[in-house]
Ligand binder design. Structure first.
Ligand code: NI
Length: 303
């Protein structure tokens, strides 16, 4: 079912996400917005893959066939392209994030991960972070698919593994983490393939076990990850210092405003109203232009 024109995920979808650690939403991005995002992100892919860039935002792995560097990830895509600012303001996504986390959510990571054709880089089984920063609400990534993901290129997940104890996770790693290299290995592990079309969205809990094999096909697969956390949890547990919270809240507010002004967004769309409770209300003057949308994580880690 298409997600276009829906206001928010249903209770059933939220409960599926809470129980399984992932949720697939079909057709969230369509038409002109999808086309513009695909084009903007292809410009970054072209730049990053033309040569190895001396820029920490462009990350490379070792190609399994050539042994040469292959682009695998690009950080801070919101700062790099206005289409990605408009995307952060997506009201169906933000209402759905609020439905899972609560009104004090903040955006944290914004990245593109990709499988280049020919020798796309493996992402071994992992959790995105440890349990030490997880409080009373889920932390999760909203993954926007810009290309089809089939069994050659897709992510594989272990439903419910976000609830596993650390010992069970370690056991899984010892049996699979270094051994699983190909799609056949991932299939044999009993994991579920996340098969997606351009414009589909995946929510994945950061504690969910997930990974993807080398891509030896000729297909490109690009996904944009926007991560969200509760401000009260970030405030208590980190990993960023408390000063990071209002900086990222202003990024969110600015992006919501940019979406209202974007000429390619349907006029009938009802904007998201960000209204976090105290003590996380933030000063914001509409029309403010931010000096940057790039707040490097390492500059805000707790000591
Ligand atoms: Ni991950």
């Amino acid at each position: 079912m298409s997600t276009t024109n829906r206001l928010v995920i249903t209770d059933e979808e939220r409960d599926f996400f809470l129980q399984n650690g992932y949720l697939i939403l079909r057709g969230v991005l369509q038409g002109e917005e999808l086309r513009r995002i695909q084009q903007a992100m292809q410009e970054l892919v072209n730049y990053g893959s033309a040569e190895v860039r001396d820029n920490p935002d462009y990350m490379y792995g070792t190609g399994p066939k050539s042994g040469k560097p292959v682009l695998r990830r690009i950080e801070y895509v919101i700062d790099k392209r206005d289409e990605m600012k408009v995307l952060l303001g997506h009201p169906f996504i933000l209402r759905s994030v609020e439905k899972v986390i609560g009104k004090d959510f903040i955006p944290t990571w914004d990245s593109m991960v990709l499988k280049m054709p020919g020798e796309g880089i493996i992402v071994r089984w992992h959790r995105d972070a440890g349990t030490e920063c997880v409080g009373d609400t889920p932390i999760f990534n909203v993954d926007f698919y810009l290309d089809e993901a089939d069994e050659d290129t897709c992510l594989w997940v272990l439903p419910g593994s976000h609830l596993w104890e650390v010992e069970k996770v370690q056991q899984w790693f010892s049996e699979h983490r270094e051994q699983d290299n190909t799609k056949e290995d991932f299939k044999a592990s009993g994991a579920v393939p996340v098969l997606m079309q351009p414009g589909d969205v995946l929510f994945h809990n950061i504690l969910l076990l997930h990974g993807s094999p080398y891509n030896l096909s000729d297909k490109l697969r690009r996904v944009v990850y926007y991560e969200f956390r509760a401000a009260h949890t970030e405030y208590e547990l980190g990993p960023h210092v408390p000063e990071y919270i209002p900086l990222k809240q202003r990024v969110l507010l600015s992006c919501i405003e940019k979406r209202k002004k974007a000429d390619y967004i349907p006029k009938e769309e009802i904007p998201y109203e960000y209204d976090p409770p105290e003590p996380f209300r933030v000063d914001w003057q509409p029309g403010t232009e931010l000096p940057t949308y790039r707040y490097p994580h390492e500059q805000y880690w707790r000591k």
